[in-house]
Design a protein. Structure first.
Length: 346
């Protein structure tokens, strides 16, 4: 009987120890407190935006390892479909994410509208003019639950390159999608620049790949001397299908991102999209880990001084080697670099 009592006591003690251990283990509640749910929505599948997303993911992984936290990332791509975009954002809300990341202006605008009541923090990336788009009150003081990184384009700097390469250019094609908020400010600036210089221009628009190809056929027929496209995602999507026609017609395509040049355009000028993704991730960490308030965290803008020349087409289009062009453009840029035609950055 005494032996039985001893066994019962021992069993009870063991049970209590296991219970205590389980309670302490529910301190894995502490571990879950160190997990942050982040929803990333990309606007379309193109080289620029994909590069941003990859660098956001990589940088958040690095920050998580450094600071002993986990970023549980949900990623989706709306492929330019507003209905799909809305569903993605609603899924993020239902999943109770701690923060959303909107890549490109249309996504940022939709996230802004859908978080007005719930106040989920939003960090945008690759929004060319967040003030004009009505996303923030000002770049210095966004004013609500949203802030981010801007790929603002210095349009005048691009046209300085256009006329350095061809001082006699007297007809410029403006190729863009009228539905892209990211194009509005840059196209207006281009018209103002060309009007002041007394250079003629024609506008060519398209939303689908077929429409863009038709627009390119028309501008080739019209004999434009050069084509300008800002950081327009629809034209970016179509670049691989139009660059050969432009190269054959010897019409240089000057664009607002290095990824256009990667996809065959003569030249891309603007921000480093890899760095844009890294800095977007750093802002996510500032908000989630350091308690920064999006309302007072300034929008980050970047130096637009890098010209990326497609070395596969530059001589065919301009009659100059990459080295000759790099020397010509160097005084007008902080950096000149080359890229060969490909679908994605390695």
């Amino acid at each position: 009987m005494k032996t039985m009592k001893k066994l019962l006591c021992a069993a009870l003690a063991l049970t209590m120890l296991l219970s205590l251990a389980a309670c302490g283990g529910s301190g894995s509640g502490e571990a879950s407190a160190d997990t942050y749910k982040v929803g990333i929505c990309n606007y379309v599948d193109d080289a620029s935006l994909n590069q941003i997303v990859k660098n956001i993911q990589d940088q958040l992984a690095a920050i998580g390892q450094e600071r002993g936290v986990t970023f549980d990332i949900s990623y989706d791509n709306s492929n330019g479909d507003e209905t799909v975009m809305e569903q993605i954002i609603q899924n993020f809300i239902a999943d109770e994410v701690d923060l959303m990341v909107g890549v490109a202006t249309p996504v940022a605008m939709k996230m802004q509208a859908d978080t007005e009541e719930n106040k989920i923090p939003v960090v945008f990336s690759a929004v060319s003019d967040p003030v004009a788009a009505g996303i923030v009150a000002s770049n210095d003081a966004p004013g609500a639950n949203i802030t981010g990184t801007s790929d603002y384009l210095d349009t005048e700097a691009i046209f300085n390159l256009v006329f350095a390469a061809d001082p006699e250019a007297d007809l410029i094609g403006l190729l863009y999608d009228v539905g892209q908020e990211s194009s509005t400010t840059a196209i207006a600036a281009a018209k103002e620049y060309l009007d002041a210089k007394d250079v003629a221009y024609k506008e060519y628009n398209g939303t689908t790949a077929a429409e863009i190809q038709q627009a390119v056929s028309q501008l080739i027929s019209d004999g434009v001397d050069a084509v300008f496209t800002p950081s327009d995602n629809k034209i970016m999507e179509a670049e691989l299908s139009i660059y050969e026609d432009l190269a054959e017609a010897k019409i240089p395509h000057y664009t607002g991102a290095d990824s256009f040049a990667l996809n065959g355009a003569f030249l891309g000028y603007g921000v480093d999209y890899a760095n844009l993704g890294v800095e977007t991730a750093n802002m996510v960490a500032q908000i989630l880990l350091d308690g920064a308030d999006p309302a007072t965290l300034p929008v980050m803008t970047f130096d637009n001084g890098t010209a990326t020349i497609n070395s596969d087409v530059c001589e065919q289009i301009s009659g100059k080697t990459y080295e000759e062009l790099a020397e010509l453009f160097a005084p007008l840029c902080t950096k000149v670099q080359s890229v060969e035609t490909a679908e994605e950055f390695e």
